[in-house]
Design a protein around this ligand. Structure first.
Ligand code: ADP
Ligand code: MG
Length: 383
């Protein structure tokens, strides 16, 4: 592919925080960006050169986007694959519709993974109540019932202990197609952001160790505190995923690490990932710059990590008494604050994050936890 050079207009479907950080990376390199998002006050809209406020299926709006952009990417997997297919007739689109189609549905995702030899947690596809009465469903209990589509941050899934709970959960989720997954005893969770460019060059970022609270990513510790051999295995698997998809772009692979060191793939996201935000401050190239590079047919940037890092998400809960006092965080000279410009702070809503840098992960974690405790104190001691 002929490289698309700075100065060009790029497009991004979705104007959330991932779209915003893509825009910022692109602008830093001299590109201009048009965002398409249904919400007029979306985070990326505030920083992009242009915002087309429309639905992801609005054909005239997609047409306009295609006309004014040389290349288009997406910030989330729920863009209809058909919209990407249409756009691809007019300009460069990455990731491709087929990869997004696979990743946007837990059933096609798991089929892709198992067909290509990747280990996943034992699962069953549930399409009707009757499937739950199957003698075998007991094998998956205790388990997690997950809607096949549109789940994020632990939404659209329920932990179930016994058959009655499972039936109730299926009725409650009210989604025709679900996946029932066996609940795994995890040693930890790690993720690998990987990029593949138009020439087929592949590069991974160092694995992040992820801790979730209530199904939402809370902190990422990078590099993950796992054996070098396991870290390498995860990076190799992430490379094989993008090769199997013949993927162009940035993708994240979420892994479960079992007690015995076995690696299972939990899910894949065809875009930059929350657990890769550390790369903005701790790596030579960020995951968002890498997204720009892959989209524009450029060589990949070095993913070398120059500082250990701990990233902590800032959820809307912290805003219960108004804007938190950032001066406390900013007193820490190696804490980097990122706010997404969201006007309304709702509980559980990702409003921003901070990344603490240090020479080693233990120090980064210690500093990150000192800051976190100060915020949590405010949370648990309402005035
Ligand atoms: P989301 O799309 O919301 O990120 P995930 O499938 O990644 O959904 O699940 C969110 C989190 O729930 C995981 O990161 C993990 O902590 C936990 N989880 C999900 N599935 C399992 C499982 N089969 N066994 C144990 N924990 C799980
Ligand atoms: Mg997940």
């Amino acid at each position: 592919m002929r490289p698309i050079l700075p100065g060009a207009m790029l497009g991004v479907l979705g104007g959330g925080q991932l779209g915003r950080m893509f825009v910022q990376a692109a602008q830093q390199m001299g590109y201009r960006v048009t965002v398409l998002d249904p919400a007029a006050d979306c985070p990326a809209g505030g920083v992009a050169e242009d915002l087309i406020c429309a639905d992801y299926t609005d054909m005239p709006a997609l047409q306009r986007l295609a006309l004014q952009c040389e290349a288009i990417t997406t910030e989330f997997e729920n863009v209809p694959a058909e919209s990407l297919r249409r756009l691809a007739k007019h300009c460069v689109v990455s990731p491709d519709a087929q990869s997004v189609f696979i990743a946007q549905n837990r059933v096609t995702e798991k089929q892709f993974l198992t067909n290509n030899g990747f280990a996943v947690a034992p699962f069953a596809v549930i399409t009707r109540q009757q499937d739950l009465d199957d003698e075998d469903s007991g094998f998956f209990l205790p388990g997690i019932l997950k809607a096949s589509q549109f789940g994020y941050d632990g939404k659209g899934q329920k932990t179930v202990q016994h058959p009655e709970e499972l039936r109730a959960a299926y009725a409650q989720l009210n989604q025709p197609v679900c996946v029932l997954e066996k609940f795994m005893q995890l040693h930890c969770e790690i993720s690998v952001v990987v990029a593949r460019n138009a020439d087929g060059a592949v590069m991974t970022f160092p694995p992040a160790e992820n801790q979730h609270v209530d199904g939402i990513l809370d902190i990422s510790i990078v590099p993950a505190r796992v054996a070098p051999e396991l870290s390498q295995r995860a990076q190799d698997a992430a490379c094989r995923v993008v090769e199997a998809l013949r993927y162009q772009g940035v993708l994240c692979v979420e892994f479960f690490v079992l007690q015995d060191g076995e690696l299972l793939i939990n899910e894949i996201a065809p875009r930059p990932h929350n657990s890769g935000h550390y790369s903005i401050n701790a790596c030579v190239t960020s995951q968002f710059e890498q997204q720009v590079r892959t989209l524009c047919g450029l060589p990949l940037g070095a993913t070398t990590q120059h500082s250990s890092a701990v990233m902590v998400n800032l959820l809307g809960d912290l805003w219960h008494r108004g804007e938190p006092d950032w001066s406390k965080l900013l007193q820490h000279p190696t804490a980097k604050l990122h706010l997404y410009g969201k006007k309304e702070a709702r509980p559980g809503r990702k409003m921003g994050h901070y990344t603490v840098l240090a020479a080693d992960t233990a120090s980064a974690l210690q500093d990150a936890m000192i800051i976190k405790k100060q915020f949590n104190y405010l949370l648990t001691h309402p005035s």
